[in-house]
Design a protein around this ligand. Structure first.
Ligand SMILES: O=C(O)CCC(=O)C(=O)O
Ligand SMILES: [Fe+2]
Length: 353
């Protein structure tokens, strides 16, 4: 069902190239429907992106939270700025990350809320993090958002674990809601800019599974065959699910972490400020990012926590020292783990490359 906010936004244009990605029904997937499971697996070896309907995640309030938080004065938001050391919770000011190998500053701000802080895991039980009042007073709703988004992630991981022959529990067991790790909810904001302005640079997500809600276009994903960018058209009532690098590493490159970026919204949507709402699931912090399908691979592996810190730190404008920093900041897309994407061949009409 479209949310309250989705009903009042300008329509997405029909003359821009859009990615032809599967839509999966969460209720059927959860109940073990083999066709829905097959679509998840195919999508995870194609674009690395799919739509998910009937998620039962209440996210409307997160757009209100975003609106109110980003309207706060900059000096109030800066009290919660995440800094340049690899810490990845709190506020990220516009321009403090860069978008390309030349170090061009980004044009979006975001705020990351830690799952452990909201759920009271580990040290956060005694020492919760501080947030602006727009977030602090919604801790109860955030707990609901995180638990329901995490439930979606566990179902997707169970299906992928089964499809890869690992059995149902191997991947979910590395992502426990009540164990500490780098999972986070994020709200983002980009000002109205033209459709050719990159507001969030090309990247793969760091974690395992991303659950994304957006209202306006602007997200673009690379078609892994043609290498061209396509818009991911927001579908009212659906989450956009994509895989991240940590999961690709856990399965030795058998799944694909889609390369994506965000540009100004297209067509009639262009004059609108853009918000998105995300839940990033990561493996629990001490999980080694080694392939569970290649137990004899003797290579040393990083922990999930170290991987996030490295990626977050190297994308900071303050740490940029030339194209080498950019290349070091990248995920699995250029490595031996990058997977061998096999593009979906959905039943719908073929997509122009
Ligand atoms: O805003 C969006 O649609 C996507 C955001 C994104 O890719 C991210 O925050 O990693
Ligand atoms: Fe992303």
């Amino acid at each position: 069902m479209p949310s309250r906010i989705e009903e009042s936004i300008p329509s997405f244009p029909d003359d821009v190239p859009t990615a032809n990605i599967y839509t999966v029904d969460f209720d059927r997937l959860k109940d073990g429907d083999p066709e829905e499971a097959r679509k998840v697996y195919e999508a995870s070896r194609g674009y690395g992106f799919f739509y998910l309907s009937n998620t039962h995640v209440d996210y409307d309030f997160m757009f209100d939270l975003a609106n109110e938080t980003f309207k706060l004065p900059l000096d109030e938001k800066m009290k919660y700025e995440m800094g340049n050391t690899g810490r990845y919770f709190g506020y990220k000011m516009s321009g403090s990350n860069y978008v390309d190998s030349k170090g061009t500053p980004d044009q979006s701000e975001f705020y990351n809320v830690s799952k452990d802080d909201v759920m009271g895991n580990g040290q956060y039980k005694e020492h919760p993090l501080e947030h602006p009042s727009t977030i602090e007073r919604r801790r109860g709703e955030l707990e609901g958002f995180m638990s329901s988004a995490h439930r979606v992630v566990l179902v997707v991981l169970k299906v992928l674990s089964e499809q890869l022959g690992l059995g149902p529990d191997v991947l979910p067991d590395l992502h426990k809601l009540d164990r500490v790790g780098g999972d986070q909810a994020r709200v983002t904001h980009a000002p109205p800019v033209s459709a050719d302005t990159i507001t969030l640079g090309e990247h793969t997500d760091f974690g395992s599974v991303t659950v994304l809600f957006n209202q306006l276009g602007g997200l673009q994903v690379i078609n892994p065959e043609s290498k061209n960018y396509k818009y991911v058209k927001p579908q009212p009532g659906c989450a956009i699910i994509n895989l991240g690098d940590a999961l690709v590493k856990l399965v030795g490159g058998r799944l694909y972490s889609g390369v994506h970026r965000v540009v100004g919204p297209p067509g009639e949507q262009a004059q609108s400020p853009r918000h998105s709402v995300v839940y990033f699931a990561r493996p629990n912090g001490d999980v080694k990012l080694k392939s569970r399908l290649d137990p004899d691979d003797g290579e040393e592996a990083m922990t999930a926590d170290d991987w996030i810190a490295q990626r977050a730190k190297l994308r900071r404008t303050a740490n940029y020292q030339g194209a080498d920093t950019y290349h070091a900041s990248r995920g699995t897309e250029h490595t031996k783990d990058s997977g061998k994407p096999k593009l979906d061949k959905p039943a719908q009409e073929a997509e122009a490359m």
